[in-house]
Design a protein around this ligand. Structure first.
Ligand code: NAP
Length: 299
């Protein structure tokens, strides 16, 4: 049995592992897909204090290497069930069970779907949720990005360096994204802004070839796009843990200032919990707070 089980190998979970190991606790980090979480899909991180610029993959690799070097154990596998027994928590990954005295949930969030017809059918055939992962497939092609947040602007900027054209489609005429990203995008000749607009149809036989963009007056226009990058925010995937930690209406974990939940011994960290600002800085802050609280709880 481990002292602490951490679910999620993103910045929150790995930072929790670093803090817990430095406090002398045994730690297992369970990760479903790949270490780094969403930050691994970020082309460049430019707002982490004292590090003016670092690649998302480079950052993730350094973070997981640090946690492992400190003795955190790691394992790939999706946790499908979680339960509390008298003095322990038990997590199921495939048919195997892992036990820990305390639990830190750092499950992050997954990309929200746009909900346009044929979206699912065309995933991997032009539709993507990660420009850094798939952008290279669209060298010198026409592409489009949907969304008006940091992810959308970052993706558009990344694609502008790879693709022939980038149509940036946003449903409003003001942006949530940082002004620095917006100004940079406005300076790119191959990014065209479609504001107060939405994607209403996807076209193409077998793979995406074009999309229909409808403006606020209901006028549709078909534009060529072999790649469509959907960046319309994230949603949590906390379902397997809903018996252990309370969820808000949006499905995010509710927690106090110390990242503790109503269940003694269960702590939550990072994008998976209710919070104002979902950033790398706030994820690592949560990871350190949750681990410190878990160590204190373990005594
Ligand atoms: P976000 O900030 O929630 O933005 C989502 C965007 O998608 C919004 O512009 C929203 O429009 C739009 N949207 C939502 N649902 C839509 C729909 N059904 N159809 C069309 N558009 C839709 O998400 P995010 O950009 O993924 O960022 C998530 C968090 O990570 C944010 O806190 C962000 O700051 C952070 N992040 C930071 C960096 C960085 O470099 N620091 C990079 C990436 C992400 P409205 O604005 O109209 O609601």
């Amino acid at each position: 049995m481990y002292d602490i089980l951490v679910v999620g190998g993103g910045p929150a979970g790995l930072t929790a592992a670093i803090y817990a190991r430095r406090a002398g606790k045994t730690v297992l980090v369970l990760e479903g897909t790949g270490f780094g979480g969403q930050i691994a899909a970020s082309h460049l991180v430019e707002n982490y204090p004292a590090i003016p610029a670092i690649g998302g993959v480079e950052y993730s690799d350094a973070l997981s290497a640090q946690a492992k070097a400190l003795g955190a154990e790691t394992r790939f596998g999706l946790v499908t069930a979680a339960r509390r027994e008298e003095d322990r928590f038990v997590l199921t990954v495939r048919k195997k069970e892992f036990e820990g005295r305390a639990l830190i949930l750092a499950t992050g969030a997954k990309p929200r779907k746009l909900g346009v017809d044929r979206e699912e059918e065309l995933v991997g055939r032009g539709v993507s949720y990660c420009a850094v992962c798939d952008g290279a497939f669209f060298k010198d092609r026409d592409t489009a990005v949907v969304g008006g947040g940091d992810s959308a602007l970052q993706s558009a900027l990344f694609l502008a360096g790879v693709a022939r054209s980038v149509a940036l489609i946003h449903r409003r005429d003001t942006f949530r994204a940082q002004d620095a990203y917006l100004q940079a995008a406005r300076g790119k000749e191959n990014i065209t802004f479609f504001l107060e607009s939405k994607v209403t149809a996807l076209h193409g036989e077998g793979s995406l070839a074009a999309i229909t963009v409808e403006n606020g007056r209901g006028e549709g226009r078909r534009i060529p796009a072999e790649g469509l990058f959907i960046e319309v925010g994230q949603e949590p995937d906390n379902g397997p843990f809903s018996a252990l930690a309370e969820l808000d209406r949006g499905g995010y974990f509710l927690a106090g200032e110390d990242c503790g939940t109503r269940t003694p011994g269960v702590f939550v960290a990072g994008d998976c919990r209710t919070k104002e600002l979902r950033q790398l800085t706030t994820a690592v802050a949560d990871g350190s707070v949750a681990a410190t609280a878990a160590c204190r709880w373990l005594g």
